[in-house]
Design a protein around this ligand. Structure first.
Ligand code: IMP
Length: 178
């Protein structure tokens, strides 16, 4: 199967500008606080690395890794935590950083699970959202969003297909050809 990028959706420059805006918004909303940033591995790492440097506040940083059973382009909704956060969430202002919300099932599970640990607040920041793909069981609310997109499979800026393309500096639509 040949993998090509059929369209660049967001250039490195466009993403940089949007990430700066999101960072400024978070800085304003969390003034006087020290949010705990929980990065969902691995797709969010590039976004998170840029975003935390656009936040003008002291922050704490932690990582969580989930896996969804099923094939690689479709979430099954059965999520398990492969690597948990190391920090206690009790009383903290937690912001989950995600790369993309698709069916919403991964984040629904994650938010429910982390909410049980009694954070002072729990919000979600995602670079991308595909609202047309949302499953009715999803209860996800994206508090900070980079871009809403149509139903494309996208790669780059951390997002992968079969572990490839994460290091593209832009977000592009992946086309698979025989
Ligand atoms: P959800 O549970 O269906 O919302 O799936 C979210 C996860 O699926 C994301 O964190 C990504 O890892 C993956 N995913 C969904 N859509 C895409 C895409 O277009 N490109 C790359 N990964 C995607």
């Amino acid at each position: 199967m040949k993998e090509t990028i059929s369209q660049v959706l967001f250039s490195a420059e466009q993403i940089h500008k949007r990430v700066e805006e999101l960072g400024a918004q978070i800085t304003q909303d969390y003034k006087g606080k020290e949010p705990l940033i929980v990065v969902v591995l691995k797709g969010s790492t590039i976004f998170a690395a840029d975003l935390i440097r656009a936040i003008g506040l002291p922050i704490r940083l932690d990582f969580i890794s989930t896996s969804s059973y099923g094939n690689s382009t479709e979430s099954s909704g059965v999520v398990k935590i492969l690597k948990d956060v190391e920090e206690s969430l009790e009383g903290k202002d937690v912001i989950i950083i995600e790369d993309i919300v698709d069916t919403g099932l991964t984040l629904t599970y994650l938010v429910r699970t982390l909410q049980l640990r009694n954070p002072a607040s729990l919000k979600v920041c995602s670079l991308l959202d595909k609202p047309s793909r949302r499953k009715p069981e999803s209860t996800v609310k994206v508090d900070y969003l980079g871009y809403s997109i149509d139903d494309h499979f996208v790669v780059g800026y951390g997002l992968d297909y079969a572990s490839r393309h994460r290091n593209l500096p832009y977000v592009g639509v992946l086309k698979l050809e025989q």
